[in-house]
Design a protein around this ligand. Structure first.
Ligand code: ADP
Length: 407
């Protein structure tokens, strides 16, 4: 089934056209800087030349129109008619407590996503805009919402409750939700294909280390804990997000710097993390390069990043009483032998031993085992594919809804 996957940020729309039966990408692309004087457009057909362009794209609706025009243009020979696209899968960041699985988008679902804006003010509004725009250009196909939070619905109360008055959870649903669910789900499934153990007996730690970064403890196929929380701000140190900090720092800062709330929000979301620590860059490649040149603060930022990864791995080993495999994925996890090695250094007492030769020889996009043959805990680099998870879920739901109006 041909499925269009849409992932909308506040000023960007990413898309992937996927043939789900073959699990094959047909064309992907991104429109960035929506609303700026010049937006940047990139289309990458699987069997054709990458097209780059700039023009003014004012909003998400115009971005979707641009994408549809490209896909349907006879000279590009990608899609003959809109009816060839059988479903649209939308990445929705926050599904709140309501959505434990992907769902067909109907009016009540749109309302619920809107209600969750309160929980994800940065993410859910552009997700909604993307849904509305795609419905305009593809009105006759099923649209499906796939939530970043859904995979973590299996967290037990001891993992998702914070140590604050319980009435705040009851009244405002303040709890840990967790994110990157589609990625943690995908990479853990890749590991299950490699092991003879029944899934119910497996224990996996999945490390999604990209610009945004999170770790999940997955026991018997279900997420039982994860590092992000009420929002994607907590847990690991990320590109520009602070990760876990003592909440008292906020009171202190408000007093000392007389910061209004929105500045505090920007400080912790956009000016902290690797960028804030290094005072140089959010991009791990830049930090590694500068640290090699002797920059002390870039080195410190790398050290803090890896220490947090190590701490979470140790804590999830404790939560699960050991683990069978540690999986590294996303931009940093897939591409940086240095960060993998540093994060797992001196964990041999836990049965984790990296083979540095294998670690250094990982090829981009190739699932690779990097632990020694004797290491009790296996360590893999697993390329993630969140878009494929979204496409497959959308195809399944579209197929079912075609059979019965009650689904
Ligand atoms: P996003 O969360 O935006 O999807 P990605 O998964 O694309 O992020 O990861 C982006 C991060 O991956 C950046 O910090 C980038 O520097 C890092 N990265 C990509 N390639 C490498 C590499 N070869 N070595 C170290 N870091 C890398």
């Amino acid at each position: 089934m041909l499925v269009l996957v849409i992932n909308c940020g506040s000023s960007s729309v990413k898309y992937d056209l996927i043939e789900t039966k073959l699990e094959k990408g047909i064309c992907k692309g991104i429109i960035e800087r929506i609303g700026a004087v010049t937006s940047i457009i990139k289309h990458q057909p699987e069997n054709g030349k990458t097209v780059k362009d700039t023009k003014a794209i004012n909003n998400h609706s115009e971005a979707l129109q641009e994408i549809m025009n490209y896909l349907l243009s006879p000279e590009n020979q990608i899609v003959n008619s809109p009816s060839d696209i059988k479903a649209v899968g939308h990445r929705v960041v926050h599904g709140g407590e309501m959505f434990k699985d992907s769902v067909l988008i109907e009016d009540n679902v749109l309302e619920a996503i809107e209600q969750a804006i309160d929980l994800a003010p940065l993410h859910n509004p552009p997700n909604l805009k993307g849904i509305q725009a795609a419905q305009k250009y593809l009105p006759d196909v099923p649209h499906v919402a796939v939530f970043d939070t859904a995979f973590h619905h299996s967290l037990p109360a001891e993992a998702y409750l914070y140590g604050i008055p319980n009435r705040l959870y009851r009244r405002y649903k303040i709890r840990k939700y967790g994110f990157h669910g589609t990625s943690h789900y995908f990479v853990s499934r890749q590991f299950y294909k490699l092991t003879n153990k029944p899934v119910e007996e497996t224990k996996v730690i999945s490390c999604h280390l990209g610009n945004g970064a999170s770790i999940a403890a997955i026991k018997g196929g279900k997420s039982i804990d994860t590092s992000m929380g009420f929002t994607p701000l907590s847990g690991l140190v990320m590109g520009t997000r602070c990760g876990d900090i003592d909440p008292s720092i906020l009171f202190y800062l408000v007093e000392k710097e007389e910061l209004p709330l929105n500045n505090l929000h920007a400080l912790l979301n956009r000016h902290s993390g690797l960028l804030g620590l290094s005072g140089y860059a959010a991009d791990m490649r830049d930090l590694i390069a500068e640290a090699k040149n002797g920059d002390r603060r870039c080195q410190q930022a790398i050290d803090v990043f890896c220490y947090k990864v190590k701490q979470h791995i140790g804590s999830y080993m404790a939560s699960m009483n050991g683990c069978d495999a540690i999986l590294f994925t996303a931009g940093i996890g897939e591409n940086s032998p240095l960060i993998r090695s540093k994060s797992l250094a001196n964990l041999n007492f836990m049965g984790i031993e990296i083979d540095e030769e294998k670690n250094n020889a990982v090829k981009s996009g190739v699932l690779t085992k990097i632990s020694t043959d004797d290491s009790p805990v296996a360590v893999y680099v697993v390329p993630t594919n969140e878009e494929l998870v979204i496409a497959i879920d959308a195809a399944k739901i579209a197929q079912a809804s075609a059979q019965s109006p009650w689904i």
